[in-house]
Design a binder for this molecule. Structure first.
Ligand code: C2E
Ligand code: CA
Ligand code: CA
Length: 737
């Protein structure tokens, strides 16, 4: 997807710019052409106007001449002479000619006409008109004449060509254009005073010829003139392309006005529009480009934002778990073995939150994120997984490097916690798994195993990291296997209970027994509670199993009672999880009543760590159970934090001294004293005592010296299958009897 987007954007930009470019180019050409056409038409128009006013001038002249001629025809010579003199001015002369007399009258002077003049005048094509320029006989100036002829009389108005030309010298476009009057052979009849007008050449065709124009164009220009057409042509003239607009002067056969103007001048206006258009195009293209860039920028920004949301954790700015896994898998696939995942968890973080609020908790997490970032190497990366759990993927040379990272993070966080007086409440722990330590193919494998290692860190605050090893995984696999099989095993009655007798101190009488669960799987293999009880406590299955064992014990007792066989009190273990079940008492009481077990025969054992919970609630539960005829005992007393004072506040019937407690105490005088005083005190408040795990004669000898009520241990008997227990129970009864 990423790869396709850029070309599309580039393509569309190029296309947009191309379209604008082509449109502008077409537009410019169109504007140029139409403006040029317009300009040429304008020139033709003004040339036509000039032609018309020239014609008007001539017609007016003719009219004047006619009037004068008519009025002088009857006058005598002197009168005519004075009229001629008065009517002449600086610019022109009026001449009266008598072809019959072969004379002409000029400024009152009568002169003789030359023969060729008489000939010429006799052969004038029309009765009125204008001559082509000629050299004046008197002053030698180039002269042009208009004339009117009435039978053998002629009135001629002579004027220097310059004089006429001055009046009709056409100029336009701020005097940049000018005009010639020529005949159809190209002869310049009147030339303009314009600086660009040629002063030497007499023929326009020659002029354009020496400027090096194409013969074919010159030819077609000549043809147009020969055919009295109006139009325009382009010629090189004075190193420039010039437009020649030509218009025939209708009343003067073969005369033309030709207006000449450099093409550039005509194009100036067009050029302005073109420049404007180019600027406009550049602006438009620039704007398109800018919009595209803006679009791209926004798209990138949006992509970055989406990416951030998709890849980063808002609280810590570290990667989120998803991104961490992606990156992690990449590293693993690079086939470089020196990578490890460190899984960190803050033990007791809940307390920090509870004591100081979540905002404060977040602050600590942010600080920790910073510490992690600054401690791991540049190639390494980390993520905030959930709550107080962080993951790091680190490269290393020696495993010791990883331990050092943990050590450093631990130290830095410790000092922050210390600042807030929280160093005792919580401690960060790390589980480390190295890629090289197992057959690991993806990040999930590394994370799972580092988590396993984390779970292996002991609860001792001095211990804060552990490296993964294969046995951890085996254990985990076993756990998973157990979890997969437990439900089916319960259905298939694979769980049974053994009974371990509790003897008097002398060991000659069974006073009770403890039901201990065993799992005998379909292959007949026995699985010990230590292998599955912790797992069931974790996943809650213990609730079902305990109740099952309890019911089986009730079933067994009821069976014995019905058969009138001797019975002893049996204690059953209940997990502390039951204390959170609202219907716990109800369920157990129902079962007890279902099997009609007399009061006092059933004892429920809860481990001493339950005492750490809500005391009032526990006391309530105990009291209720007792009111339904159960006895209650504290199991594993002395293994943890239990204090003697607790015994006073809680109304237990029995305490079971933990095996470890006994093991430790036997060797020291002081510990013996403690045990002794516990037993004494229990006796005092009428609580029975059971010493558990008694194995040696030495232990027994010590206990004999105390008031301990019962001994439960290998020294007398291991937990036994029911029928074996019944056998020894029979013997013991016999002994007592
Ligand atoms: P526990 O309740 O403290 O039970 C006593 C354990 O000590 C039993 O282990 C027993 O076999 C062992 N034991 C007894 N005398 C000696 C001795 O002289 N030396 C040594 N080394 N051990 C001795 P077991 O049967 O493996 O049970 C282990 C634990 O599993 C029990 O400890 C109890 O906490 C738990 N458990 C057993 N059955 C159940 C059950 O049905 N429900 C619950 N919730 N827990 C049970
Ligand atoms: Ca027990
Ligand atoms: Ca115990």
């Amino acid at each position: 997807m990423k790869k396709r987007k850029i070309p599309i954007l580039v393509m569309s930009s190029i296309l947009a710019i191309g379209v604008v470019g082509i449109t502008m180019f077409t537009y410019v050409n169109y504007v140029r052409q139409s403006l040029w056409n317009q300009a040429v038409n304008d020139i033709l128009d003004s040339t036509t106007q000039e032609q018309e006013s020239f014609q008007l001038f001539i017609e007016k002249d003719m009219e004047n001449l006619t009037t004068i001629l008519n009025s002088v025809s009857l006058e005598d010579e002197t009168v005519i002479g004075s009229i001629m003199e008065h009517s002449s001015s600086n610019g022109y002369n009026l001449i009266y000619i008598d072809l019959n007399e072969r004379t002409y009258l000029h400024q009152r002077q009568k002169e003789k006409l030359l023969d060729e003049e008489v000939n010429l005048l006799n052969n004038l094509p029309l009765s009125k008109g204008i001559t082509k320029p000629y050299l004046n006989r008197v002053n030698g100036e180039r002269t042009i004449a208009s004339y009117i002829k009435l039978e053998d009389k002629l009135l001629v108005k002579e004027a220097p060509v310059e004089y006429i030309a001055e009046q009709f010298s056409l100029s336009f476009y701020n005097d940049l254009g000018f005009s010639y009057i020529i005949d159809d052979s190209g002869n310049v009849l009147m030339r303009n005073n314009h600086k660009n007008a040629n002063r030497t050449m007499q023929n326009l065709f020659d002029i354009i010829d020496i400027e090096g124009n194409d013969q074919a164009i010159i030819q077609s220009f000549e043809n147009a003139l020969a055919n009295h057409k109006k139009g325009y042509a382009l010629f090189n003239y004075h190193d420039d392309t010039n437009v020649f607009c030509y218009i025939p002067i209708t009343i003067l056969n073969g005369w033309y006005i030709v207006s000449i103007i450099p093409n550039d001048i005509i194009m100036t206006q067009a050029n302005n529009i073109i420049i404007f258009t180019i600027i406009l195009s550049v602006i438009i293209i620039g704007a398109i480009g800018f919009i595209l860039l803006l679009y791209r920028y926004n798209q990138r920004k949006h992509k970055n934002e989406v990416e951030y949301l998709a890849y980063f954790d808002a609280l810590t700015n570290l990667f989120n778990y998803q991104k961490f896994k992606e990156e992690g898998n990449q590293r693993i696939n690079q086939d470089e073995k020196k990578w490890a995942v460190i899984y960190s968890d803050i033990a007791g973080f809940k307390i920090i939150n509870d004591l100081n609020g979540y905002e404060f908790g977040d602050k600590i997490l942010k600080e920790l994120a910073k510490i992690i970032q600054n401690t791991i190497s540049l190639q390494s990366f980390s993520c905030h997984m959930t709550a107080d759990k962080f993951l790091m993927m680190c490269d290393y040379q020696e495993k010791q490097d990883l331990a050092k990272i943990c050590e450093s993070i631990h130290r830095q966080l410790y000092s922050i916690l210390k600042k807030y007086g929280l160093e005792k409440e919580s401690v960060i722990k790390f589980g480390i798994c190295c890629l090289e330590d197992d057959e690991i193919h993806n990040i999930d494998g590394l994370v799972d195993r580092s988590h396993l290692a984390l779970n292996e860190v002991s609860s001792n605050p001095k211990d804060y990291y552990s490296f993964y090893n294969y046995s951890m995984r085996e254990r985990m696999m076993k756990e998973a296997d157990i979890e997969a099989k437990m439900e089916k095993a319960l259905e298939n009655r694979e769980f049974v209970f053994y009974l371990q007798p509790k003897y008097n101190v002398l060991g000659n009488q069974i006073l009770g027994a403890e039901a201990l669960v065993r799992w005998i799987d379909h292959t007949g293999t026995m699985i010990m509670p230590g292998d599955f009880i912790p797992i069931f406590e974790k996943n809650g299955f213990i609730l079902k199993l305990d109740e099952y064992v309890f019911e089986k014990v009730c079933q067994y007792l009821s069976d014995r009672i019905q058969k009138n066989y001797p019975v002893v009190s049996i204690s059953i273990n209940v997990s502390r999880l039951h204390f959170y079940q609202l219907d716990f008492i109800e369920r157990y009481v129902n079962i007890k009543e279902k099997y009609q077990i007399p009061d006092g025969l059933l004892e429920l054992e809860v481990t001493e760590n339950v005492l750490l919970e809500d005391m009032k609630k526990i006391q309530e539960i105990i009291s209720q159970l007792q009111s339904y005829g159960f006895k209650c005992s504290i199991d594993d007393f002395g293994s943890g934090y239990s204090s003697l004072n607790l015994l006073k506040d809680l109304s237990f019937d029995v305490i079971k001294l933990d095996k470890l407690f006994l093991d430790n105490s036997v060797n020291s005088q002081r510990s013996e004293e403690i045990i002794k005083s516990i037993i004494d005190m229990a006796k005092h408040i009428e609580i029975k005592t059971v010493a558990e795990g008694v194995e040696t004669q030495k232990q027994l000898a010590f206990l004999k010296k105390t008031d301990c009520d019962m001994i439960q241990g290998y020294i007398f008997s291991k937990p036994l299958p029911i029928h074996e227990f019944e056998d020894i129970l029979k013997d013991s009864q016999r002994l007592v009897a």
